[in-house]
Ligand binder design. Structure first.
Ligand SMILES: Nc1ncnc2c1ncn2[C@@H]1O[C@H](COP(=O)(O)OP(=O)(O)OP(=O)(O)O)[C@@H](O)[C@H]1O
Ligand SMILES: [Mg+2]
Length: 313
């Protein structure tokens, strides 16, 4: 395994990596044994880790992605990441095929079929490969776009923090993790957990109760993403709220991951808690202007202009 050691990145993003095959333009779903055709097909990289990594790179950050992909799929994954400037040098390659999601859109609905493939190896790899964690720790910030199991926190987090990186986590809709009271140990041990509204509801009943729970546990920064209502955050005992700017929303896929990138970028710039959620909201909202998660990610200049237009300094 060839690690690109010695390089200091702004951010390491760790998580599952998918090849998304997107079929659209169907009037209806086929019956059993039937075949239907479309002229509308695209492939793209997918998964929250990819979206957050690409969004951070679009904002001008140096980013390395850590995850597990198929040896045969690596060249196309590396090439697509390179168009954003995300380093694939420390992706682990395996003989198992990369994870794949097939997305089928009819005019009424959208359905997904997912093969986790090589992604199944990620947790075991992080548990067993200290040198990979050392490489991950070579960044100012480490973002975990995955459900880090409570029992792994004590071993994995200290290694990631060895060089004083700040740490964030976006678990996604992993119900078992969200329902497990021990996961709150992870929330407490890292700097920024980034649930959305549904996830906060599973953990604590309502977003407000989630903030209250975090307050009672001594969590330094607690935040919840609230879709078109923006985000709330508890930091230093003070509650902040931000609404997203008005945008012509086309597709909200990946908005939460783009929010994460905007938030992390602001943390790295040393902005205030209020500015961090505003910057997150701007990046989340701007990402919804086009279909797919990666098409409308904003540049730093774009995000800065929209922040200035919408929020009081
Ligand atoms: N319809 C929308 N209009 C404007 N902004 C939006 C909209 N949906 C999401 N956003 C912006 O994106 C941010 C994150 O969105 P959301 O709360 O939906 O995250 P999420 O549920 O984690 O998303 P994901 O689908 O990526 O998992 C919000 O805080 C908001 O700023
Ligand atoms: Mg999300």
């Amino acid at each position: 395994m060839a690690f690109q050691a010695g390089m200091m990145y702004d951010v390491t993003v760790i998580g599952e990596i998918y090849l998304d095959h997107v079929f659209s333009g169907f009037a209806d779903w086929p019956g059993p044994g039937e075949e239907i055709f479309t002229d509308q097909y695209a492939w793209e990289l997918g998964g929250g880790a990819v979206t957050t990594a690409c969004a951070l790179a679009r904002l001008g950050r140096s980013v390395q992605l850590i995850g597990v992909v198929g040896e045969d799929q690596f060249p196309m994954i590396e090439a697509r990441l390179a168009t954003f400037g995300v380093s694939a040098a420390n992706l682990t390659r395996t003989r198992e095929r990369s994870g794949v999601t097939v997305s089928i859109s009819t005019t009424k609905d959208r359905s997904f079929f997912t093969y986790r493939g090589a992604n199944r190896q990620l947790s075991g790899l992080l548990r067993s490969n200290d040198s990979l964690l050392d490489i991950a720790a070579l960044a100012k910030h480490v973002h975990l776009a995955m459900p880090l199991a409570a029992e792994d926190g004590d071993t994995i987090l200290p290694v990631l923090k060895r060089r004083d990186a700040t740490i964030s986590i976006d678990v996604g809709h992993h119900v078992k993790w969200l329902e497990d009271a021990r996961s709150l140990e992870i929330v407490r041990a890292i700097d920024y957990a980034m649930p959305n509204e549904k996830e906060a509801v599973i953990m604590a009943g309502t977003p407000q109760r989630y903030l209250d729970l975090c307050r009672s546990l001594g969590v330094r920064h607690a935040l919840v993403k609230l879709g078109s209502a923006g985000a709330i955050m508890l930091s230093g005992g003070v509650e902040y709220k931000a609404a997203p700017p008005d945008v012509d929303t086309v597709d909200t896929t990946g908005a939460g991951d783009a929010f994460d990138a905007g938030f992390i970028d602001a943390v790295l710039s040393g902005l205030s808690p209020k500015q961090c959620i505003e910057h997150g909201c701007v990046c989340g909202a701007l990402s919804t202007r086009a279909a797919g998660a990666l098409q409308a990610l904003p540049t730093r200049a774009e995000a800065a202009t929209v922040c200035e237009e919408n929020y009081v300094a």
